[in-house]
Design a protein around this ligand. Sequence first.
Ligand code: 9WN
Length: 435
Amino acid sequence: MSENLINRAIDILDANFQDGGFTIPSKGLYPFQWKWDSGFIAIGFAHYDIIKAKTEIKTLLEAQWDNGFIPHIVFHTEDDSYFPGADFHRSDLHSKSSKKYRSTGMTQPPVTGFVLQEMYRTAENKEDMLHFIKEHIDKVYQNHIYFYENRDPHNEGLVYIYHNWESGTDNSPVWDDIWKTMSPPEYTFERKDTTHVDASQRPSKREYDHYLHIIEIAKEHHYDDAKIAELSPFLVQDPLFNAILIKSNEALLGLYELIGGHETEKEQLQRWQEKSISGVNSKLFDGELGAYVHYDLRNNIPIRHLSSSSFSPLFAGIPNQERAKVVVQTMLDRFGGDDKYLCASFDPTNERFNPRKYWRGPVWINMNWLLYYGLKRYGFMETAQRIKDDSIELIERDGFYEYFDCRKDTGEENRKGYGGGNFSWSAALLIDLLK
Ligand code: 9WN
């Protein structure tokens, strides 16, 4: 039976792989290459088609800017079925943007470091994979330099995101308090997402006004990082983004060790690690809530809500064992009732929770995958197994959706899968969980 599921997943990934050497997240809804999707997809490919896995990462890194930045969407093709597209984002405004590929001027969680490590772990031909890693690792390291040099204005070891799309958790209720501090114009534009997916499962028009407004401000300043840090109404230190950076630092350290030499890079990575781990623990851990929270750097205030991102530091080994126990207990108490699948993207006990709306409650397979490895890392084997079983059960029941209802009994209909169908990272990470 798991063979059957794996075969279905392979069919989806192969169908979503494009001639240009990249994989779309979901046909219709997302027609380009996305940064963190690309990484998760490569992890899946590595299990059965190492050439596609390598191509995916190579293509992404080809779109890197001269300052080390890797954009969140690379617009490889002309396609007006997605909004906002290349003409809106105008990456050409930045003097160091890629001359070859049009892209957005924002990024996404820096998964590529740990993805290279996962590809090495999975590859049968280690020598060949090490050769590939040697060719590409410096670009990933440059991407980390970009973050530490441009996104940490107070030198705290914590990098900021300047847009909710950079978090990957687009319409999380965590941002609601920030939207209250802004009053963007009511833009006129044509949404495309709601032609593919029921509007009740997507962000609202007003939320999109906020999303576009932040980009307009960044564009006015030609995507200059210093100006963005000074002026963006959205400036957040995100525990998920920082945990992923830390996990990728750790992976780069291990890979440079394997390659040999590279003392300067290793020392730098070590210094970043110490600073960032202590930064996340001292600034983003909320003792009362028993987990990590976001920090609003623009308004200098912690955003005291629990989301699946609150537990993601487990993935990067950030808490000590004692604190990890507290974090897992919080997850089980607030998100883990017998009536629920793990792990809701937002606190089910909070009034802002919505089990069908995107990042406001549904279960996401990429988050479950991170949490699974995080739980295993600390030896919470029972909870790790539960999160793995829940992920498989949801996909098996309803298919390879983008996100799923966390309630075992929805009380109305029994459907649990929402958003885009035949979703690439759900397929890719399921392969990894089952292999
Ligand atoms: C904006 C591609 C991306 C994911 C994000 C997810 C969604 C885009 C959108 O789709 O965001 O980046 O248009 O809604 O939230 O995590 O990378 O799958």
